[in-house]
Design a protein around this ligand. Structure first.
Ligand SMILES: Cc1cc2nc3c(=O)[nH]c(=O)nc-3n(C[C@H](O)[C@H](O)[C@H](O)COP(=O)(O)O)c2cc1C
Length: 172
């Protein structure tokens, strides 16, 4: 798909077909995440691929009961390795949320390119998710997404116009 087509085609999908995802398609999507840039190229992330139905169901309750996430054959969880990330971005903050958000978006856009649906899930109980996925104490959950063939074609959600969000040479 042409790049700007992918950008336009991506929408949050909240209904999925149970159809399985071919392994080579999944691998291309994960590879897109692997290639994401990160501060100092530290790559402070893990991508957990969840295809076990029981674990997916447990994640539903850890994600405010958003049942559609378990409809998809796969859920991907992006986890940040906070300890190894660059800690001085802008002189004061850690790069891990930015690094991992970029990796997540690479995954999301690659999935769109493969005709798959995703939905960035930020409404989760971190403690619960970590427990379910057996994550060590010192990592952070950045986001989850269901990954599967869409069972809906929702309308495109509007965005602010460029005139409202772009300024030149100084903040306005
Ligand atoms: C950080 C973040 C957290 C989000 N959390 C959720 C969520 O928990 N559940 C959900 O259904 N959508 C979630 N969304 C999806 C947004 O609601 C959605 O991207 C937005 O309404 C624009 O719609 P679109 O993705 O279809 O363009 C989240 C998106 C982002 C970027």
């Amino acid at each position: 798909m042409e790049f700007y087509e992918v950008i336009k085609k991506r929408k949050s999908i909240r209904s999925y077909k149970p159809d399985p995802i071919p392994q080579e398609v999944l691998e291309r999507i994960l590879e897109a995440g692997r290639l994401a840039p990160s501060a100092k190229n530290i790559q402070p992330w893990k991508f957990i691929v969840i295809d076990d139905q029981e674990i997916k169901e447990k994640l539903v309750s850890a994600c405010r009961n958003q049942k559609f996430i378990a409809e998809a054959p796969i859920i991907i969880c992006v986890v940040a390795l906070e300890k190894i990330a660059w800690g001085r971005m802008g002189g004061y903050w850690s790069s891990y949320p930015v690094d991992c958000a970029i990796a997540m978006e690479h995954i999301v856009l690659a999935a769109t390119n493969e005709g798959l649906g995703t939905c960035w899930i930020g409404a989760y109980d971190e403690k619960e998710v970590k427990k379910i996925l057996k994550c060590p104490e010192d990592v952070k959950i950045i986001a989850l997404t269901p990954l599967g063939y869409p069972n809906e074609d929702p309308p495109t959600r509007s965005r602010k116009p460029l005139s409202e969000i772009v300024c030149y040479n100084q903040y306005q």
